[in-house]
Design a protein around this ligand. Structure first.
Ligand SMILES: NC(=O)c1ccc[n+]([C@@H]2O[C@H](COP(=O)([O-])OP(=O)(O)OC[C@H]3O[C@@H](n4cnc5c(N)ncnc54)[C@H](OP(=O)(O)O)[C@@H]3O)[C@@H](O)[C@H]2O)c1
Length: 331
């Protein structure tokens, strides 16, 4: 197995290496790729220093799998070149997610949507992954009519720049490259991505369109994405309206039965999901499960997950495992 990891020096790329190691993903030759400024430097993987190479050089290594977390522009340019060689590209950027012929995959939900000739496979946005993981079993049982989601997203979602800005501001230091147009330390920013139509942001639009593609286009979704000075994971306050009525007991049972979801909901003991508890874990944690008393068939949930793990790296590695287990990848 020759595996290329593009974006190996980034927050997601580094987490990807940790997870490939933890899960004992079998690799014969590992080729880390980053931007021109990092080519020639090394990264530590499985106890060995590996030299960072360019995209051009990685193409010559006959990889069977290339995991991309190098931003949308690099994915748009390079993913087709790897795919044309018969290499499976698992892409973390938003470049390919909404392309009709590209599966958008959360393995626990729609792993089976990957076909043998789908050489580009998209990893959904981090906030979408954790939300649809909780919505999937509930939609199957009660049919969701509408989702109202407000997110509280970690600075790690903005890559190395986000965490650097928070750390620098917390020490009153200045930095040259900022991730946000405002201070993030001791502040929250109701803006992630760019403003687009009707004054929504690209991050808000992703929650809508990706939920439609993964779960069901008939679900009405509205989103507000907020950046908070937190590093452990993204949190989401989600209000759901179903076609059919439910019991809290059955909702809790369905969520608890969903692989990768953990119900953590003991209000009497002040126990509920929080980013510092979710950090470095693969699971999606759901708590504050309660009926919305303002209208029929409605439910409130609080969903937290480590965006660098299930929201990015773990999900991508699970897709790679799926390709191997199902013999899509021929060594
Ligand atoms: N952070 C998250 O929670 C998250 C979640 C889901 C998806 N994603 C997506 O994953 C990608 C990476 O995010 P990140 O948070 O890891 O960002 P990051 O910390 O800024 O890292 C970016 C990585 O991409 C590399 N890179 C940039 N331009 C490149 C090019 N032209 N060719 C090759 N490599 C290039 C960088 O290399 P240098 O070090 O040499 O600059 C670095 O390794 C983005 O597309 C992001 O949208 C992130």
């Amino acid at each position: 197995m020759n595996l290329v990891l593009a974006g190996a020096t980034g927050l997601v790329g580094r987490k990807m290496m940790e997870i490939l190691e933890e899960r004992n993903f079998v690799i014969d030759n590992f080729y880390p790729v980053a931007s021109e400024r990092s080519v020639g430097k090394t990264v530590l993987f499985k106890g060995r220093e590996h030299k960072i190479i360019s995209m051009e050089e990685a193409l010559t290594k006959s990889p069977q799998i290339a995991i991309f977390s190098a931003g949308g522009a690099a994915s748009k340019l390079w993913a087709p070149k790897f795919a044309q060689m018969g290499c499976f590209v698992i892409d973390n950027s938003s470049a390919w997610r909404m392309e009709e012929n590209v599966p958008l995959v959360v393995p626990e939900i729609n792993g089976k949507s990957i076909g043998k000739n789908d050489y580009i496979i998209a990893n959904p946005n981090c906030s979408t992954i954790q939300m649809v993981m909780a919505l999937f079993p509930l939609h199957n049982k009660y049919k969701i009519k509408r989702v109202v989601v407000s997110t509280y997203q970690s600075v790690t979602g903005s890559g190395a720049k986000g965490i650097n800005q928070l750390m620098a501001e917390s020490k009153n230091e200045s930095i040259s490259e900022k991730a946000y147009p405002h201070p993030i330390h001791m502040n929250i920013i109701p803006h992630a991505g760019e403003f687009v139509e009707e004054n929504y942001t690209t991050e808000e639009v992703k929650l809508v369109t990706e939920t439609h593609k993964i779960l069901d286009p008939s679900i009405a979704v509205t989103a507000t994405v907020v950046r908070v000075p937190v590093d452990g994971g993204h949190s989401e306050a989600v209000n759901l309206e179903f076609e059919n009525d439910f019991t809290i007991f059955e909702v809790t049972r369905l969520l608890g039965g969903m692989p990768g979801v953990v119900v953590f909901d003991m209000p009497e003991a002040n126990m509920y999901p929080m980013p510092y508890l979710a950090k470095d874990k693969d699971e999606v944690f759901v708590g504050r499960i309660r009926r919305d008393l303002s209208q029929p068939n409605s439910l409130n949930l609080w969903i937290v997950s480590d965006n660098l793990r299930k929201g990015a790296a773990t999900n991508a590695v699970q897709i790679a495992e799926y390709l191997v287990v199902n013999k899509f990848v021929i060594k």
